[in-house]
Ligand binder design. Sequence first.
Ligand code: AMP
Ligand code: GLY
Length: 423
Amino acid sequence: MNILILGSGGREHTFAWKLAQSPKLNRLFVAPGNAGTASLAQNIPVGVNDFNGIKGIVLSNKIDMVVVGPEDPLVNGVHDFFLNDPELKDIPVIGPQKAAANLEGSKEFAKQFMQRHTIPTAAYQSFTVQQLESGLAFLETLSPPYVLKADGLAAGKGVVILNDLEKAKQELTSMLKEAKFGAASRTVVIEEFLSGIELSVFVLTDGKNFKVLPTAKDYKRIGEGDIGLNTGGMGAISPVPFAEKAFMDKVLDRIVKPTVEGLKIDNLPYKGFIFIGLIMVGNDPYVIEYNVRMGDPETEVVLPRIKNDLVEIFQAVADQTLDTVDLQIDDRSASTVMTVSGGYPETYDKGYEIFGLEDVTDSLTFHAGTKLENGKVVTSGGRVMAFTSFGISFQDALAKSYESINKICFDRMNYRKDIGFDL
Ligand code: AMP
Ligand code: GLY
């Protein structure tokens, strides 16, 4: 099979690494890819939202399957684009169609879906600019902290949590009236605050059947102790030690099954990953958000623990025979630590050479923001490279990731030294 992966981060390098192990793979392409994917596949400089460009790659390279990494092209309808094109319609796409991708593309849509299918989540109301007055009045009925969410995609920045009522009112006004997050905050969801510890559960579905993949916990804040600005993710571990069987049974019965059933009932075709962001309140799971893709850097710890041939798994998704797959999971723990550019997630410089990669032997290195320049690997993004290791415990795995990071360097390299600190 010839496979095309869309995306350019650590998640896509991990997909490439895993797919490349399959005897069923013939040629692998990544658009646009990074220096890591270039070592396993052919990178093609086409953007993930350039659907006509993607069509060109698919036809000229006889691509048999497309795996979509990030949410943008899914929310923009890349899967529908394939289904509606006579030359592309029979080529399977891993990732949902636009209607279901709205579970990530619109928080209001996701909340309505959960309400309709009785899936536990925080109570909410949503408001547009015409309803600003009722939104302000609604805030007065709540107790702090106040959770305000821009409805649409806002590059991970659209959620604001405030303790002060006046600040929350100002924020709501600025989101709705001044379009603080552009079109994304045309509608704002105001939610009940839930207090607990977060984790993520990943589900792969073919629209009929599903498999629950290993759990993971990621660390989103830039600063140690979970302080400072939000990032794409600074590290992750899998499995999550507190997600024990009794809790996971609740997740399966109350959340995973009703989600997959709900997609069927609502006639929302779905072939792809469902990333369920959960919070454990007491001993009960609540959904914080849905994403319609794998997480990054969660992929860097989830995929390495799956022993199956990923090409076979994706073929089963395409054929709706996922029930015939016997998922085999490595029982070791995996951890990943993301090295980032100094200054990230605010402004940072690019183009620094990365030294010492050849000395890393005990970890898998997954490139995120890197590119090849005159044969050298240089930084080209905020999140630069993730170091994934295995161990009998996540602490043991983390120790190896940190040892590996000690062997490499680039100017202004930064990383969190406390991944897993709260477990
Ligand atoms: P989201 O983009 O919806 O995942 O929200 C970003 C982050 O905000 C989550 O990872 C949580 O840490 C926090 N958050 C979102 N909704 C709530 C809520 N209802 N209660 C408490 N924390 C929340
Ligand atoms: N690591 C969080 C995400 O991929 O959205």
